[in-house]
Ligand binder design. Structure first.
Ligand code: GLC
Ligand code: CA
Length: 572
């Protein structure tokens, strides 16, 4: 069935680092407003705007202290309204980030809640008595790996937090809390936004008996009791009845780590009225080192193929999912799946080809369209992320590690690596701010910036533009069947998408070496009257495309990171 969300190309905008409009070094709404034409030029049709509500910003806005106010540093409600309008004028929908698993500890609800045991807001959060020996109520861990409970002197009880201790979890069992949330959601929908990215959404419901979890082998411990909990579907359905569902066409993208395909289907099947899509988060874990948040492991292309195939077979056409290469929680995609050195341009384009021709609604993370790379700061003082700084101090000061080794791990694994300001031009601070940026600009900005990219027809930016246009024009890319070709090949990812008698073939060399690829007979035959769509190399794909169908073209010789897309005519 035709759906706007299936045809969407989403752009993730991280407000802090997109554009500073008032010279205080922090990205803001005024800055974004000054760049809406850039988004239009790129061609995307949906924006996911990171959190902009009032917040003490210990987690850059994922710690909300007032849901109906715009944070002073980001601007005003008038500017937010103007942004909705300006995007809409350009045919771009706007999704906000909805953070409702937890609030900031500076939210007035929490200030009330912690003040006394019989305060009417007490039950808006999760409070438990200490065990007899004074220890936390159970052994569950937060995502930092420490206890998920924090003792609060004032009332002598512990409160529960799966993220930072300054982000207490809301108690969704409380009906009054739920109805306040729904009311707040309607407040934003009434402003005309088009939906939400739902932060940490599959954690809302917890096992109400809060049992010890010594048997849980997953990390953090206890996760199996605080994710996809018993009332999860009920809450989402209620959220729809009371809010989302009352506004036609609302799109929601749920952040739900560690879900099975069955769960994704339950969350996103249209007749269930829960969410539109779940984020396909598995790709971000491809190079994770088990048990080591600060390590990277070798990854296998065959594993990526399996993930893409699993989601397609398990979810496509039944539920919905969104794909991405990176986001504000991970380092940049280039050094992980491509190359940020000699093949920067080729591999960025190859990855773009993958993102925009594979199944699932694609999300482009800001700067990806410029081929931005990880920040590799030489001093820990340039990093802002709390966990990054504490990792460094632990390794270097307490464990005596070589500071260079700690920094190398940080370059590869810190969230800050992808949070540096957008590189707009080659003026000081990459044109992001006239002041002192909140985090330094990547020193490579004189070479990598939007102004140059927009002027160069061969840039990564223009390649993205072409692909985005293609994705919007060709229904096969949104709706077509997906089939893997040669799932065992370790260098080349090849697949077809087919809708009626249109068939696309995408061939991607994911390696920095030449690769040979055997085209199967049916594709070879189809090439006889194929249309060459695009390639990331000036000669490569074009040469092959002009002479399709030659029997001796059975073996393709691909250059490092080469990407080719053909359109074949087939008999449906
Ligand atoms: C999500 C966000 C992340 C944030 C966390 C807590 O994972 O993407 O940035 O820290 O939720 O809200
Ligand atoms: Ca600012």
């Amino acid at each position: 069935m035709k759906e706007a969300w299936k045809e969407a190309v989403v752009y993730q905008l991280y407000p802090l680092s997109f554009m500073d409009g008032n010279g205080d070094g922090i990205g803001d709404l005024k800055g974004i407003l000054s760049r809406v034409d850039y988004l239009k030029e790129l061609g995307i049709n949906m924006v996911w705007l990171g959190p902009v509500c009032q917040s003490p910003m210990i987690d850059h806005g994922y710690d909300v202290s007032h849901y109906r106010r715009i944070a002073d540093q980001f601007g005003t409600m008038e500017e937010m309204e103007a942004l909705i309008e300006e995007l809409h004028k350009r045919g771009i929908k706007l999704l906000m980030d909805l953070v409702i698993n937890h609030t900031s500890d500076e939210h007035p609800w929490f200030e009330q809640s912690r003040s006394s045991k019989d305060n009417p807001y007490r039950d808006y959060y999760i409070w438990r008595e200490p065990k007899e020996d004074g220890s936390p109520p159970n052994d569950w861990q937060s995502f930092s790996g420490e206890s998920a409970w924090r003792f609060d002197e004032q009332t002598g009880e512990y409160y529960f937090h799966i993220f930072d201790e300054k982000q207490p979890d809301l108690n969704w069992e409380n009906e009054k809390l739920r109805s306040e949330i729904y009311d707040m959601v309607r407040f934003w929908l009434d402003k005309g936004i088009d939906g939400f990215r739902l932060d940490a959404i599959n954690h809302l419901s917890k096992d109400p008996s809060f049992p010890d979890a010594a048997d849980d082998r997953e990390s953090p411990r206890g996760q199996k009791y605080f994710k996809n909990g018993p009332r999860m579907h009920e809450y989402l359905q209620e959220l729809n009845r009371e809010a989302f569902g009352r506004y036609p066409g609302i799109v929601t993208i749920g952040e739900a780590p560690s879900v099975t395909m069955e769960e994704v289907n339950r969350y996103t099947a249209q007749d269930r009225g829960e969410m539109t899509m779940v984020l396909m988060m598995e790709m971000s874990r491809l190079d994770a080192k088990p048990g080591d948040r600060w390590g990277r492991a070798e990854w296998k292309l065959t594993r990526l193929k399996q993930i893409v195939d699993k989601w397609y077979k398990g979810v496509f056409g039944k539920g919905g999912y969104a794909t991405y290469l990176s986001n504000h929680d991970y380092p940049r995609s280039l050094p992980r799946y491509g190359d940020d050195g000699v093949y920067r341009k080729e591999s960025a384009k190859m990855l773009a080809t993958f993102l925009l021709t594979a199944p699932g609604t694609p999300i482009i993370y800001q700067g990806e369209e410029l081929g931005m790379t990880n920040a590799k700061f030489e001093s820990i003082d340039d990093y802002r992320d709390k966990k990054t700084r504490s990792y460094y101090h632990r390794r270097v000061e307490r464990e005596g590690a070589d500071p260079m080794d700690a920094l190398t791990a940080i370059h590869q694994c810190s969230k800050d690596s992808s949070r540096t300001p957008m590189q707009w031009n080659d003026s000081p601070n990459a044109g992001f701010t006239t002041g002192q940026p909140w985090i330094p600009v990547n020193p490579n900005y004189p070479d990598i910036h939007a102004e140059e990219a927009m002027a160069d027809p061969d840039s990564i930016f223009h390649y993205y533009r072409k692909l985005i246009r293609l994705r919007k024009k060709e229904p096969v890319l949104a709706y077509g069947d997906f089939r893997l070709v040669d799932e065992e090949h370790e260098q080349v990812f090849c697949y077809t998408r087919q809708l009626e008698n249109t068939k696309f073939v995408t061939i991607l060399n994911f390696s920095d070496e030449k690769a040979e690829f055997n085209l199967p007979k049916d594709i070879r035959e189809g090439l006889k009257d194929a249309e060459y769509i695009l390639s990331n190399l000036p000669e490569g794909g074009a040469v092959l495309g002009e002479k399709p169908g030659k029997e001796d073209r059975a073996v393709l010789n691909l250059a490092p990171y080469e990407a080719i897309v053909w359109k074949l005519k087939v008999n449906a």
